[in-house]
Design a protein around this ligand. Structure first.
Ligand SMILES: Cc1cc2nc3c(=O)[nH]c(=O)nc-3n(C[C@H](O)[C@H](O)[C@H](O)COP(=O)(O)OP(=O)(O)OC[C@H]3O[C@@H](n4cnc5c(N)ncnc54)[C@H](O)[C@@H]3O)c2cc1C
Length: 419
């Protein structure tokens, strides 16, 4: 019987590992709870009507159609029987493995206030994105409908909590929607009067970037009408709005972009984890004490050159590559490669039309050129020609016409009972 490799999660890390195991002497089972691989870096553009869901996600089966060595299962993993070498999925069914790769990612974390999720959804899945898109668009509709001035103001107040790249990117496009895309379509409201707030408990926005880029981003957002608040935590969230420190703010649309928590992989494996729940991975990205179980990407705490590896897509892909290299060497009876070393390419974030910031390991760039580089890099990393063309066309169309095409309110509310 061939060596059985089970991979949990077809995100950046898991899919990369599967791709790099092509031609290795093993049989692979790839398990994911969704039928698609998702390009999360552009999720915020689905949430804000710029892109459609199918432009940033691909059916896993389609991606791996030419790989007869890979079986794809649409199933949710609920545990791992480490002693019996089995992954437990829906209905307590079991998938045996010789080597296991756990790359099940992370979710947003509410720092002990999980009930806030109902009123302040985070952004991690396509469902999250369409939930947020629905709320954004409905807020403008309700503002147009109401006769009550206070309610209109609350409907036109949008609060994004957390000012990392996702928070900054979200407010950048929401501001564009209100200022540029929607004004001539509404008759009773002036969408340009919308109040868009970016809230950060820490001292500055984009804390992972050099301070001068944070300052530039905050100033750019301010000129686009975004109300940037730093240094005060949100102390409560409800359907009515938020409390910032002690100050209540009526805001019917609140979005959470403030923290992440790893998948329950550490619990499944009975492995040690850090404060964010990430499994502490060894130098070859395996679980301490079990060389046949790899933990990769956002669900793992990996150290390289004495520092923790960041939870970003290139890091997850590099880990997927490394795990495949180790497994291939073992299957071929060769010496294993040296321990994992992360190579950091840089940090990028857009602030909106013609404005982005880039930090290439100390070489920084901002403004229009950074925005173009950001766009080209993201198109390059998409899967397949059709998606690249579709995204490029959607961006070009929006740039030239000022219209965003993915503006349909389609699904039912997934979290709140109010709608
Ligand atoms: C909104 C947003 C914006 C981002 N922007 C950027 C950016 O601009 N640049 C950048 O480099 N990084 C960005 N990131 C981070 C980047 O997307 C992650 O670091 C990367 O996706 C991690 O890859 P992964 O393979 O570890 O996890 P993921 O890509 O999250 O994949 C995990 C997979 O596991 C599956 N899964 C989870 N639990 C189970 C289960 N129980 N059973 C079966 N399957 C399961 C999921 O369905 C998913 O397919 C962003 C993330 C988000 C959420």
């Amino acid at each position: 019987m061939k060596h059985r490799v089970v991979v949990v999660g077809a995100g950046f890390a898991g899919l990369q590992a599967v791709k790099d195991l092509k031609g290795a002497n093993c049989q692979i089972t790839l398990i994911d709870q969704r039928n698609h691989h998702l390009f999360q870096p552009l999720l915020y553009q689905v949430a804000t009507t710029l892109l459609a869901t199918s432009e940033i996600a691909w059916p896993i089966r389609r991606v791996l159609r030419n790989r007869s060595d890979v079986t794809t299962l649409l199933a949710t993993v609920s545990g791992v029987d480490v002693a019996l070498r089995e992954v437990v999925i829906d209905d307590d069914r079991r998938i045996p493995f010789d080597t296991l790769i756990v790359a099940s990612g992370a979710r947003h974390a509410y720092f002990g206030n999980d009930r806030w999720e109902i009123d302040a959804p985070g952004l991690k899945t396509l469902e999250d994105a369409t939930t947020i898109r629905r709320r954004l668009l409905l807020a403008f509709e309700r503002a147009e409908l109401t006769e009550d001035e206070a309610e209109r103001e609350a409907q036109l107040t949008f609060a994004v909590i957390g000012a990392g790249p996702t928070g900054v990117e979200l407010v950048g496009i929401i501001a564009e929607l209100a200022q540029r895309v929607l004004p001539d379509e509404f008759r009773r409201i002036d969408t340009r009067k919308a109040r868009i707030m970016l809230i950060e408990a820490g001292p500055r926005i984009l804390p992972a970037f050099p301070e001068k880029l944070s300052t530039y981003a905050a100033a750019t957002l301010a000129t686009r009408g975004v109300d940037v608040r730093t240094g005060l935590p949100v102390t409560s969230v409800s359907a009515k709005g938020i409390t910032l420190g002690e100050q209540p703010i009526a805001a019917r649309t609140v979005i959470w972009a403030a923290g992440v928590q790893a998948s329950p992989a550490a619990r499944w494996l009975g492995a040690p984890a850090d404060r964010a729940g990430r499994v502490l991975a060894g130098p070859q990205l395996t679980v301490p004490g079990d060389d046949a179980i790899f933990v990769l990407g956002d669900t793992a705490h990996v150290e390289s050159k004495g520092a923790p590896v960041p939870g970003i897509a290139p890091a997850a892909k590099q880990q997927g590559k490394h795990a495949a290299r180790v497994i291939r060497a073992r299957l071929a009876g060769r010496a294993e490669p040296p321990p994992f070393r992360y190579s950091h390419m840089g940090n990028l974030a857009t602030i909106g039309r013609n404005a982005a910031v880039i930090d290439f390991n100390g070489f920084t760039l901002k403004g229009r050129l950074a925005w173009w580089i950001w766009g080209i890099a993201h198109i390059y990393f998409l899967i397949g020609t059709r998606s690249r063309l579709a995204v490029a066309l959607s961006w070009l169309w929006s740039f030239v016409s000022g219209h965003n095409s993915a503006r349909l309110i389609t699904q039912k509310e997934t979290l709140r009972k109010l709608d």
